[in-house]
Design a protein around this ligand. Structure first.
Ligand code: SAM
Length: 261
């Protein structure tokens, strides 16, 4: 069951959200109809979902350093792979939307902030084998599991960046010319989310796509999302409740959309 604050925000989202006929921007209409609402299957879906299913059954425990938000941050303890897969990985509906966004926009340089076991990184990488996908994870033992998963799926163009995002993000940003696509799923608190967002802005361009995860997970994330929507460099946003899309297209009208997904 959804926690009360999430359920209340979901109700407000449903009341605000448009369906297809309410979208007047041609760019967003096309994106909504052909990419967001696309229901077909892609070859990568069953391969990655098969991997997820086996992770959900994996009884082995590994030592995990907690880098995320909440009272457990900084703690190290053994966790079962099945538990990590169940609690961290984005559900197929949203991970597959990331795949379609990458297949559609064909970004060449992709940052995935928060690898965990590598489910979203795998979707991002399999959607464009020409891309360089950099995936960031703080916990070395989780990163080692993700490495095995990338090998099993045969996706050598994923490069792992291991360490605290507070240190690794700016160093990796210096090494890339521009950022075409970023998935922010690393540290669900206001301050780090805004800091990572601002850092990534230094390498964005007119056609970059940023995707923010868990917009209404907490009051801090809601505040971060509201600020991102109003950011002077942001031109269009699409609120899909669990994730938000951010665009920088100065040639299109500046608009905020809430769409039912
Ligand atoms: C929600 S999980 C990512 C799930 C992944 N995107 C997926 O859906 O498959 C977030 C991950 O980010 C890592 N993380 C959180 N804060 C971090 C930080 N400051 N530096 C590096 N990694 C961090 C956590 O260890 C965790 O594995």
């Amino acid at each position: 069951m959804l926690p009360f604050h999430l359920a209340a925000n979901y109700l407000l989202y449903c009341l605000r959200a448009f369906k297809l006929h309410g979208v007047h921007s041609p760019f967003v209409f096309e994106l909504y109809q052909n990419v967001i609402l696309h229901e077909g299957d892609y070859y990568a879906y069953p391969l990655i979902e098969k991997m997820r299913s086996s992770l959900l059954l994996e009884d082995r425990a590994i030592p995990v350093t907690d880098f995320g938000a909440g009272p457990k941050a900084g703690l190290k303890k053994n966790r079962k792979i099945s538990y990590i897969a169940r609690t961290s990985a984005k559900p197929a509906k949203y991970a597959q939307l990331l795949f379609r966004l990458v297949a559609h926009f064909q970004p060449r340089t992709i940052f995935d902030l928060g690898t965990s076991l590598g489910i979203t990184s795998s979707y991002l990488a399999m959607a464009n084998k020409q891309a360089r996908v950099y995936t960031f994870e703080g916990c070395p033992s989780i990163a080692a599991e993700a490495k095995e998963n990338f090998e099993k799926l045969g996706i050598p163009h994923v490069q792992q960046v291991i360490g605290n995002l507070d240190d690794t993000l700016s160093k990796q940003l210096q090494k890339v010319e521009q950022l075409d696509f970023v998935f922010f799923d690393g540290n669900h608190r206001y301050e780090p989310t805004m800091r990572y967002f601002e850092a990534c802005l230094s390498k964005h361009h007119e056609h970059s796509v940023f995707v923010i995860d868990d917009l209404y997970w907490s009051a801090e994330m809601k505040r971060a999302w509201q600020e991102i929507r109003q950011h002077p460099q942001v031109c269009q946003t699409v609120d899909l409740f669990y994730i938000g899309l951010v665009f920088f297209r100065k040639t299109q009208p500046k608009e905020r959309f809430t769409l039912l997904y």
